[in-house]
Design a binder for this molecule. Structure first.
Ligand code: XUL
Length: 515
């Protein structure tokens, strides 16, 4: 059996798989807010941060690890786990001092992890991906590296507030003594993996690419970016590695306390998005995953480390080798709900029959689907901009908004240069057949829906099995099956209309942004 863990913003989850049976054997989860209320972090982060700061308490993640293994040991024979792999919320950084590495190997199983490790944290809290407080540091790193295009060409993204490099720079500037007392800097992923292995484990390529520090072409730390970020930073990071290659076995703390086998191996952990690419069965180029949530995301495998010339999209490592894109759209369900409420409609207006009634207006009426500031493209929109050639009935407005969302996704994923042959759709709004059909029509690609409760933890379990000798693509075929009858084929008679609509949408967007 193989175990995958995912330490996300709100919870720590586990999925155990048995590849021989092709089954998920067990799954369990610890919700930080509900299960560890003493940390006062109902949504997994410390509320009330000032000036865009969003931090979390790393001791909470350690308590969650103890609690998760206590729960799991009651559900499954942990001595049968051969390899553990995992993932963490991306970009979050953990700062540890001189005695941390030694303590990892000497943990007392009769006590908890957090009480033994807390004195070795050189920064009490960890900035996480929701933090937007490093605008100044992003500008400084960009200037010192020779411009945004250079940072993007090297690291796969322009300097981004939540990315770990700008966060590390801010710490080094605001608390130079704390920074000097920091022997190593981990990501959430490598922090948890190191605790499990009882020794420092490296950051993997997939997650490391979310730092503005990893040189994508060389898959090593970029000396120019390190120098532009903080003093002696290279000494505080282990060379990055692949999450598919186990590095050591589980520590005495874990095998003594929870009955895991002494020979159970531990892989470097990756980021939650790279792990989700695996859990959605989409590690091969040509497939894209679209997640329709509060924000929408588009991610897909790529062979070459191409970068977005406009700087909106990000490039991370693909656990299966090569790269992946991640593009976030802030106006996802927020925009769909805003229009639904404005029209006094309900979700039935987003279903197949309702949308089929307006198919004659497909691609004819344009909506820039933004009810507030957007990040792809970066612009402070206030309300949607529309250009209708038909009478704007409520039904046509809904069709046009959805078309606008998917045209915007298509437009902003073109830089990848990968033709989308199949789309795997997930997230709350994907259950509406009408929305799913519009994705198929706009992209002119078949859409499948996957009903995976935690794609990152499942992906991590598949990575563990692959590290144990199983074929990753074979595992994806077995474990990442689309829901029965969920396949939707594109209406190919609409191809020409959406191709024209894409050109018109691009023009309208440019006119609106450039005034
Ligand atoms: C990706 C990002 C989030 C986090 C948390 O860039 O910030 O998706 O990984 O899930």
């Amino acid at each position: 059996m193989f175990l995958g863990l995912d330490s996300s913003t709100q919870s720590l989850s586990a999925v155990v798989i048995d590849p021989a049976e092709g089954k998920i054997t067990a799954s369990s989860s610890v919700n930080f807010g509900k299960d560890l209320p003493d940390y006062g972090a109902p949504s997994g982060f410390i509320p009330g941060g000032k000036k865009g700061e969003v931090h979390a308490d790393p001791r909470m993640w350690l308590d969650a690890l103890d609690l998760l293994f206590t729960r799991l040991s009651g559900e499954v024979d942990l001595s049968r786990i051969q390899v553990i792999a995992g993932s963490g919320q991306q970009h979050g950084s953990v700062y540890v001092g001189e005695g941390f590495d030694e303590m990892l190997g000497n943990l007392d199983p009769s006590r908890g992890l957090s009480e033994q490790l807390e004195i070795h944290l050189s920064r009490k809290t960890s900035p996480i991906w929701m933090d937007t407080s490093t605008g100044e540091e992003c500008a400084e790193i960009t200037a010192a590296t020779g411009g945004a295009a250079e940072v993007c060409a090297r690291s796969g993204s322009i300097a981004i507030e939540r990315f770990s490099g700008p966060q590390i720079r801010k710490f080094s500037k605001t608390d130079p003594a704390g920074y000097a007392a920091t022997k190593s800097i981990h990501l959430v992923s490598s922090f948890i993996a190191s605790v499990l292995a009882g020794k420092p484990l490296p950051i993997d390529f997939g997650d490391g690419a979310g730092m503005n520090l990893l040189n994508l072409a060389e898959l090593g730390w970029d000396s120019g970016l390190l120098a532009a970020t903080a003093p002696a930073l290279g000494e505080k990071l282990l060379p990055p590695a692949s999450c598919l290659a186990p590095q050591g076995t589980v520590s005495a703390y874990f095998f003594t306390k929870y009955g895991i086998s002494r020979s159970c191996r531990v892989c470097p952990f990756t980021g939650d998005n790279p792990a989700s690419l695996v859990g959605m069965g989409a590690t091969s180029p040509g497939q894209a995953v679209i997640s329709l949530g509060t924000s929408d995301t588009f991610f897909a495998a790529m062979t070459e480390p191409k970068t977005d010339p406009k700087g909106y999209g990000h490039v991370f490592g693909n656990p299966a080798g090569g790269f992946m894109s991640l593009i976030c759209f802030r106006n996802g369900s927020l925009a769909r709900e805003a229009l639904r409420d404005e029209l006094g409609a309900d979700w039935s207006a987003f279903e197949k029959e309702a949308l089929a009634a307006t198919v004659d207006s497909a691609g004819k009426n344009l909506t820039l689907p933004f009810y507030g500031a957007e990040i792809t493209p970066r612009h402070d929109f206030e309300t949607p901009v529309t250009r209708f050639s038909d009478e704007p009935t409520p039904a046509r407005r809904i069709r046009s908004l959805l078309e606008g969302q998917f045209l915007n996704m298509k437009l902003h994923s073109e830089w990848m240069g990968v033709a989308t042959e199949r789309i795997r759709l997930t997230g709350g709004a994907s259950k509406h057949d009408g929305i799913a059909q519009l994705v198929a029509d706009v992209f002119q690609a078949p859409v499948e829906r996957l009903d995976v409760a935690n794609s990152a933890a499942l992906g991590a379990a598949l990575i563990a099995a692959a590290a144990g000798g199983h074929d990753l693509v074979g595992l994806e075929t077995v474990f990442c099956k689309p829901a029965a009858d969920s396949l939707l084929l594109p209406d190919t008679t609409l191809a020409g209309k959406y191709s024209t609509a894409l050109t018109d949408f691009r023009k309208l967007l440019e006119q609106t942004i450039n005034g």
